[in-house]
Write a protein that binds this ligand. Sequence first.
Ligand code: CA
Length: 249
Amino acid sequence: MRAPMQAERKRSSPVKLEPIELAPRVEMKILLVEDDKALADAIAAGLRGERFSVDVARNGEDGRHLGETGLYDAAILDLGLPKLDGTSVLKSWRAAERPIPVLVLTARDGWSDKVEGFKAGADDYLVKPVRIEELVMRLRALVRRAHGHAASRISCGPLLFDSGLGVFELDGLPLKLTAFEWRVLSCLVMRKESLVPRADLMERVYDGDADADPNSMEVIIARLRKKIAPVRIEATRGLGYRLTSEGAT
Ligand code: CA
């Protein structure tokens, strides 16, 4: 399929907002495994204030299960946990080949915790008490690194995504997107030039809502294609989508 011309893209905006698109956009989906309820509540509230979606597990067994079955951009893991300790949870995720970036929470002076955590496959650690601003910064850095992007600006042809600010530009001009379009495109650009499974996209875009209409994804993709041309979204029937700048000038 050929990309539409520049003029066509400009004509397609401004975008009409529909009720379904008023949902708050989610920057990242985080799994938090922490048994201290007050701390878990404070972290979850702080992250949600930064547009992160947070699932909380209050013991190691639930944490292990969620990390192995859910789709998360990153996990925050306490080491001292009931039912299953954090190091075992982490080893279990790694044994199951879950590539999820993990930030370990350690007590002050918990040096042996840190060493154990890194040996088990942790990507970073943060010493309690946790400052939300620092946690957010570390999480963003972790996710960027996990996707192989050292800088916070990711480009795909003339399309640019500033993951720090959460904004897109095309040919240097701000790209106006609805909440759902933003979720889809941010997911695709983080994994640009590779196939993003359709199930992953559905999960991320609809936040696990089982009633979500699969056809609505096609609608979002179709609208995005018009907005981001000449960058293309290739569909592999039934499998997923790939954002590519191949053929774009
Ligand atoms: Ca604990």
